[in-house]
Design a protein around this ligand. Structure first.
Ligand code: GDP
Ligand code: SF4
Ligand code: MG
Length: 410
């Protein structure tokens, strides 16, 4: 079996004022000179990306940035470019020195917050000036994290820094994931059930269907694409026994009836939920649908603003199916794209996230952060649909190993 996964390298961005030792820190982490170090403030101009291996962790991309305190017209442009990198990185290292913290650091801290970015505050040049107890206390009060004492000259606490980085980088940023590669083998047949109705886009398939087909081919397996109405006749006529069936969530009930019990069945949306969503938390959150009460609010998060068929699922179908399943009077809010929520996240009893086919894994995880931090259960469109239609156990089982309460998944 050819198991393919999309290997992603975590991006680590280094921020701080000019001359604080950012480039030196990068060279230390890389164990070689990859960034220009100079005692002339402003040597690093545009963000510089370097791919290399941190010994003891693995491959990463380090992003060296210009000082956040740069001034003048050109300086402001450099600062803007530095701040733009925050959208693409997975972990921020904020380099401070000489026991000083001011408006630049405050600004960076609030930007990290806006981007839900994990960060580490590193006191560099500690060989010249060690951080004082007072400063350490202040940092832990302001940032909620412990100040890390470091020096690129004597490399104090270097091993600890590597383990701190390893423990702070979110797992999703480097975990190799596969769409279907762990479920199918050479020559397997996979049935893809795709309704072609008025909601289907004219002349093409939707992205999750295309991705599934491509992944099946990459795994040297065979994809058979058909409409829900043709499944019964096809299976009867050909006597083909597929290794897996994947259906559009909207025809789950029909697919469940058509696909024999001994053939694993899931949906495109659950496939995506496992691939790029927060599947562990979805597994915990989905059964909370049964606990919804009258007057509870449910938030539906749609990750793009222009998809008519998802519009209909989020705005009409899910509320209708959930209401008939729970029998409760529930309020639904739909927020599209990256629009701000109109209420605090704690007003919600459940968040249902779309498959997020148009956004990156990082954007999707960041979007869910506030709910997860606040302890609001999260699930995904496909998992919620399967749950309220009584097909949940079957639909998640291809991706769940052993006891699903242990949240171990393939
Ligand atoms: N003593 C000492 N000097 C350092 C340390 N880190 C950087 N420097 C020096 O500080 C100056 C600025 O360093 P650089 O890494 O270019 O800072 P950047 O502007 O933040 O990238 C250079 O002269 C470095 O040699 C350190 O940990 N200890
Ligand atoms: S990103 Fe979400 S709303 Fe947009 S098309 Fe994909 S699943 Fe639908
Ligand atoms: Mg530099």
């Amino acid at each position: 079996m050819v198991t393919k996964g999309r290997e992603s390298k975590p991006h680590i961005g280094i921020y701080g004022r000019r001359n604080n030792g950012k480039s030196s820190l990068i060279n230390c982490l890389a164990g070689q000179v990859i960034a220009i170090v100079s005692d002339h403030a402003g040597t690093t101009t545009d963000p510089v990306k370097k791919s290399f291996e941190i010994t003891g962790f693995g491959p990463v991309i380090l992003v060296d940035t210009a000082g956040i305190d740069d001034s003048g017209d050109l300086g402001q442009k450099r600062v803007d470019r530095t701040l733009q990198t925050l959208n693409t990185i997975d972990l921020a290292l904020l380099v401070v020195t000489d026991n000083s913290w001011g408006k630049y650091e405050d600004e960076l801290l609030s930007k990290f917050g806006e981007n839900d970015l994990p960060f580490i505050v590193i006191h560099s040049k500690s060989d010249i000036q060690e951080p004082s107890e007072k400063f350490k206390n202040m940092i832990s009060r302001i940032t909620g994290t412990l100040l890390f004492e470091f020096s690129s000259v004597d490399k104090r606490n270097f091993e600890q820094l590597i383990s701190l980085i390893t423990n702070t980088i979110p797992e999703y940023s480097y975990k190799t994931t596969t769409l279907l590669g762990d479920l199918i083998s050479y020559g397997d047949i996979v049935i893809l059930i795709t309704p072609i109705d008025i909601e289907a886009p004219a002349g093409r398939l939707i992205l999750p269907q295309m991705q599934a087909i491509r992944d099946i081919l990459d795994n040297d397996a065979v994809a058979i694409v058909l409409k829900e109405r043709e499944v019964d006749a096809f299976l009867k006529k050909t006597r083909i026994k597929p290794a897996l069936a994947i259906t559009d969530s909207q025809v789950f009930v029909k697919a469940d009836a058509s696909i024999p019990r001994d053939i694993p069945l899931t949906s495109f949306s659950i496939m995506l939920a496992r691939f790029k969503g927060d599947f562990d938390n979805y597994l915990k959150g989905t059964p909370k649908i049964s606990e919804l009460k009258d007057g509870d609010r449910v938030l539906l998060l749609e990750s793009c603003t222009h998809h008519v068929s998802c519009d209909d699922i989020g705005r009409t179908k899910i509320p209708r199916w959930m209401t008939s399943f729970t029998g409760k009077k529930i309020e639904y809010d739909v927020v599209a794209g990256l629009d701000a929520l109109s209420r605090p996240i704690t007003d919600y009893s459940l968040v249902i996230q779309c498959g997020g086919c148009m956004i990156t894994r990082k954007q999707l995880h960041n979007r869910l952060q506030s709910a997860i931090k606040a302890g609001v259960p999260v699930t995904n469109y496909g998992m919620a649909i399967a749950y309220v239609q009584g097909i949940y156990e079957r639909a998640i089982s291809p991706f769940v190993k052993g006891d699903k309460n242990q949240n171990t998944y393939l």
